[in-house]
Design a protein around this ligand. Structure first.
Ligand code: ACO
Length: 431
């Protein structure tokens, strides 16, 4: 980090402290409070990290007010249109777009690691059949540390690289098998002659009795969904991965922690919740009723797929996703899909409603993704596992960045203690 060229003054009880201000390549300045506790014996208070940068990073930049998302400087809409998932993986992991040779080599390395250790098939079988595929993924990814001992030494750059490739390569197999297991079908093994998205679709939808011909339109749409979810800066699951990794935990355990965090409906679980909400609304006539509920302070209901901690403008990924939904449903001959009609009308009515305008609530990436995934044949329970599969490269890139930093410190937030002060123990008969 470069020397700070500006400072902020903070006065507490008449004593002034000078705090360095760091200027990023783009985005708001950052006040450095690392020495504040040592100098002034005060903590800062920011639950939910609304104003706190927990790390410095060179991977992804978001301007939430302008609706901008850049990976290594490249805008997400350009990547979604011109690039593809594995190229974006390379970009996130290594910082630059690959040359043709680098890309070929990278794709080869990923393709050669798609199979799981055969013993893992038995591990899957320990789950109940009705387990949610996210539960299976948390368990299986965490268990990878028990199967791949040769890539858990985080001090060895080569082992870190092997673990990264393994996770990216095996995640489609894990997600597809989690799905197959819950529907009682045999596991389908990966095929290395297929591209990343086609391979995943085939492992999900092929059965031994009948092979699955991958529709290139669906494969392209799948790849775009992966690309749009690849990374998103210091969101809750990424911060979870970073916090877990700060203690020196192995990469598989850290990614399992990220998957657990992603599962929640305020984060990755929103795509499932959004589709369920569209289903519940059912027809455009019922939209005003649901908008009224979302605005009612006494009703916990929220419009799923709406609002974002960082975007106070259109989520740039939502625009691409909406276009993809139109294309996919049209090409599948289901352009009049009722959920898509409800989603479009709901978006229109919410955007014209002062409540949503004042609170700067816009559709997020999850608003349209569920509609596409459902049209492809995925049940809602698979939406979040697909998000986890795609986000793995983001988690891994952020993990690698953090672990390579010689300044790495264990993450240890402070607290504003509001509990009892010290008091004496009372024997049970006297309480
Ligand atoms: N519907 C109705 N009202 C909403 C919504 C919504 N979807 N989102 C926020 N609000 C309201 C809140 O009630 C609050 O109102 P108040 O100021 O009167 O109390 C205000 O907008 C701010 O909301 P917060 O919860 O404080 O905003 P925060 O930044 O903490 O939350 C979040 C962001 C969690 C995404 C929220 O907008 C939400 O719950 N959205 C629905 C779930 C969703 O779609 N999540 C996906 C996020 S994207 C992703 O993870 C890929």
């Amino acid at each position: 980090m470069a020397e700070a060229s500006k400072t902020a003054s903070l006065t507490i009880d008449g004593q002034t402290y000078e705090l360095p201000i760091h200027t990023p390549t783009v985005g708001p300045d950052v006040v450095d409070i690392r020495k504040l506790y040592g100098q002034a014996n005060v903590f800062t208070y920011d639950p939910g990290f609304t104003s706190t940068a927990a790390c410095d990073s060179e991977i992804t930049y978001i301007d939430g007010d302008a609706g901008i998302l850049l990976h290594r400087g490249y805008p997400i809409d350009q990547l979604a249109e011109k690039s593809h998932f594995l190229e974006v993986c390379y970009l996130l992991l290594y910082g630059e777009l690959p040359t043709a040779d680098q890309l070929e080599d990278f794709e080869h390395r990923v393709t050669q690691h798609t199979m799981l250790h055969e013993q893992m098939a038995f591990f899957f079988r320990g789950f109940r059949r009705d387990a949610h595929p996210m539960a299976v993924m948390v368990g299986v990814v965490g268990a990878m540390s028990a199967f791949y001992h040769d890539s858990t030494d985080i001090t060895d750059p080569w082992q870190r690289e092997v673990a990264s490739i393994r996770l990216i390569a095996k995640m489609p197999t894990i997600a597809a098998w989690a799905y197959k297991y819950t529907i009682g079908q045999p596991f389908v093994y990966p095929r290395n002659d297929l591209d990343y998205a086609s391979n995943f679709l085939r492992m999900c939808f092929s059965v031994p009795a009948e092979d699955y011909q991958v529709n290139p339109i669906l494969s392209r749409a799948m790849d775009r969904i992966f690309t749009l979810h690849a990374d998103h800066e210091q969101n809750a699951s990424t911060s979870t991965v970073r916090l877990a990794s700060s203690s020196g935990a192995n990469p598989f355990a850290c990614i399992a922690a990220g998957i657990a965090c992603l599962w929640g409906p305020a984060h990755g679980g929103a795509n499932q919740a959004c589709l369920e909400m569209l289903e519940e609304i059912g027809t455009v006539e019922r939209i005003p009723e649901f908008i009224a509920r979302a605005k009612d302070k006494n009703d916990p209901f929220r419009l799923m797929g709406f609002g974002h901690r960082v975007y106070k403008n259109f989520d740039p990924r939502a625009k691409v996703m909406k276009q993809s939904a139109d294309e996919v449903l049209e090409l599948l001959g289901i352009g009049d899909n009722p959920k898509l009609q409800v989603a479009k009308e709901l978006e229109k009515q919410a955007l014209n409603d002062p409540y949503f305008a004042e609170k700067k609530l816009f559709p997020n990436v999850d608003f349209y993704s569920g509609i596409i995934l459902e049209a492809m044949g995925f049940p809602t329970s698979m939406f979040t596992p697909i998000f986890a599969l795609a986000r793995t490269v983001g988690w891994i890139s952020q993990w690698k960045e953090q672990i390579s930093d010689p300044q790495l410190k264990i993450g240890r937030p402070r607290q504003l203690y509001q509990g009892m002060t010290e008091r004496d123990y009372i024997d049970v008969e006297n309480r």
